[in-house]
Design a protein around this ligand. Structure first.
Ligand code: SF4
Ligand code: SF4
Length: 312
């Protein structure tokens, strides 16, 4: 049976689209064919006239045509003054169209951090918010109680951008009717039930607190260079980007782009600390345990890690 998918872009940069188009195995065309997905509309690749597009929308909103999956990319823009007219579609606020389509959809996906949590425009002049969250708080645009026709809340797929494998995997799970457990932030546990830290090639340096203060070395970037690997959920070091690498593997700290508060209002390249102790500790680690452990770990660090030279 054909699965009908409508993709709507709101307040975002389009990065999630380009991440999806970077999928390799399968690529986006293979993915749509394999899952028998009929793409009703995608602003980057659809080639419908405005009239044909309006007819599609009319059919979906009247319920005459079914809508299996609604993908929302970008935040919902409510400004100025709650009107939503900063972002319009067919002469009306686009937010109204999103709400109407969401009511008709069997599944609603918020693709990327902006759609999930508000992202860059949240709290700004454009009055942006996420589909069902505003930063850490439930509610967002559709409200906490919203459920799509499948009975699920909006499924959040954060990331700036969302990793293409996560979107492909979520679509596959929905189309084939697989179980999908969600976290407290309505993200699929399969991909967001781990920290970015897991799988980082610098883990051993982190364990023994071998810290970098400058870029270009092999040690851990958590303590001084702002790495959010132990503070952000996501599979970036397990499902590598372009099947090759991740930020931390190439020596760039994780910015925590999957977190509801992304982009954070502080420097990406510094670890906020008090007297050398990071303000935010790895998720779930108590301050008392951290203080007791950190000195011992550094003292026990083997020479090969301290010198960044492993020779056998
Ligand atoms: S660089 Fe970041 S992700 Fe890698 S081990 Fe250190 S804290 Fe974890
Ligand atoms: S490594 Fe961090 S900043 Fe980079 S994509 Fe993954 S979660 Fe986002």
């Amino acid at each position: 049976m054909t699965v009908r998918l409508y993709w709507i872009q709101c307040g975002g940069c389009g990065g999630d689209t380009w991440s999806l188009f970077n999928a390799e195995t399968p690529d986006v065309i293979e993915l749509l064919n394999l899952l028998n997905i009929e793409l009703l509309w995608h602003p980057s690749i659809s080639n419908k006239s405005i009239r044909a597009q309006e007819q599609t929308i009319e059919g979906l909103l009247s319920g005459e045509e079914k809508l299996d999956i609604l993908c929302v990319e970008g935040s919902i823009i409510r400004g100025p003054g709650g009107t939503g007219m900063y972002d319009e579609a067919y002469g009306a606020p686009k937010k109204n169209l999103v709400a109407s389509l969401a009511k008709q959809a069997r599944h609603v996906l918020a693709v990327g951090t902006c759609a999930s949590f508000g992202g860059i425009g949240a709290d700004g002049e454009i009055e942006a918010t996420g589909m069902q969250f505003h930063k850490w708080s439930r509610g967002g645009f559709l409200g906490e109680d919203f459920r799509s026709k499948s009975g699920r809340p909006v499924i959040n797929l954060p990331g700036c951008p969302c990793h293409c494998d996560i979107l492909a995997g979520t679509l596959a799970a929905l189309v084939t009717g697989q179980e999908m457990e969600l976290t407290g932030h309505n993200t699929p546990l399969e991909w967001y039930g781990m920290m970015v830290h897991q799988g980082c090639t610098r883990n051993e340096y982190h364990e023994f607190r071998v810290e970098e203060k400058q870029f270009g070395e092999k040690g851990c970037m958590f303590f001084h260079l702002g790495c959010h690997g132990p503070l952000a959920t996501g599979p970036c070091n397990k499902r590598l980007w372009n099947r090759r690498s991740s930020k931390t593997r190439v020596g760039v700290p994780c910015f925590g782009c999957t977190r509801p508060d992304f982009p954070q209002q502080y420097s990406f390249f510094e670890t906020r600390n008090i007297e050398g102790i990071p303000i935010e500790l790895p998720d779930g680690v108590s301050r008392a345990h951290y203080l007791a452990y950190k000195g011992m770990a550094a003292a026990a660090a083997p020479e090969r890690l301290k010198t960044r030279k492993t020779e056998i």
